[in-house]
Design a protein around this ligand. Structure first.
Ligand SMILES: Nc1ncnc2c1ncn2[C@@H]1O[C@H](COP(=O)(O)OP(=O)(O)OP(=O)(O)O)[C@@H](O)[C@H]1O
Ligand SMILES: [Mg+2]
Length: 255
């Protein structure tokens, strides 16, 4: 197994509050890994540690074979809210991500070409000139996915990227993110509150406990996508995840 992210014995405390006590965790190159866990358990913190936005008190964080501090170029984020600049159109927002990452190392023409190709990939080939105010919530989130991919990361960290969208858009975006993942071969680490979202998307689902956070279990899903939610494997995995998270039928994890 080729690990692209490896945390070993990571401990973090904010003042007296222990978030992780010797947490170990790894992600295989190219996999779609989902992280589930109760609100406040440290899912977003885990992504920040991987992206070197937050240092650890003890333990090691390796990303793409080097300490996280040296590997930030391998990583891009997609957040719950798309965080687009309102005065820049879709294409210019995707270009901005590249300007911040590459400065003058990538030519303006290359940035524009990349932005156009990725907006096309996320289904916005004809909307490149639209400002965020003209785009729907799902379209805005697609722009932020294009912006993340435009810096050629090996790893995309997604923090509840679809949770602000309506249920239909969310369903469509899940299908699309799988297509994008297949086409690009990126490693995706995807934080979600929803068991069914994790079941639909993940090769593996890592379940975290409440604080101090431990890995409760990793559930592997072998069924090919698109997955039938009522298949025996998914039903068994759903029961297991509900049991681990202590939730009743149909409920998302309390937030
Ligand atoms: N900079 C900080 N200073 C103090 N406490 C912090 C800081 N950042 C995070 N925390 C605390 O660490 C814990 C984990 O936060 P985190 O945002 O990672 O949770 P989460 O699992 O993403 O929650 P949610 O599902 O609600 O998004 C929380 O209790 C939070 O209050
Ligand atoms: Mg969070």
């Amino acid at each position: 197994m080729n690990e692209i992210i490896a945390l070993e014995n990571v401990s973090i405390a904010f003042g007296p509050e222990v978030i992780y006590d010797r947490l170990s965790f790894s992600v295989v190159d190219g996999e779609f890994l989902c992280i589930l866990g109760p609100s406040g358990c440290g899912k977003s913190t885990l992504l920040r540690v991987v992206g070197d936005l937050l240092g650890v008190d003890t333990g090691s964080v390796m990303v793409a074979g080097a300490p996280a501090a040296e590997s930030w170029q391998e990583i891009a984020y997609v957040f719950q809210s798309p965080r687009l600049l309102p005065w820049r159109n879709a294409e210019e927002n995707v270009i901005l991500g590249q300007q911040l990452r590459f400065g003058s190392k990538r030519s303006r023409a290359d940035m524009r070409e990349k932005a156009a190709a990725l907006l096309d990939l996320v289904g916005l080939g004809r909307d490149t000139h639209k400002s965020p105010a003209m785009l729907s919530g799902g379209e805005r989130q697609r722009v932020s996915i294009a912006r993340a991919l435009a810096v050629d990361p090996r790893i995309v960290l997604m923090d509840e990227p679809f949770s602000a969208l309506d249920v239909h858009t969310r369903r469509r975006m899940r299908t699309e993110i799988i297509e994008i993942w297949k086409k690009t071969g990126k490693t995706i680490v995807f934080v979600t509150h929803e068991i069914d979202e994790a079941l639909e998307l993940g090769d593996r689902i890592v379940v975290l406990s409440a604080k101090p956070t431990r890995m409760l279990e990793t559930v592997e899903i072998k069924t090919a996508r698109p997955r039938n939610p009522n298949s025996a494997e998914l039903q068994a995995a759903r029961s297991r995840l509900k049991h681990l998270l202590g939730v009743t039928d149909g409920e998302a994890i309390a937030s």
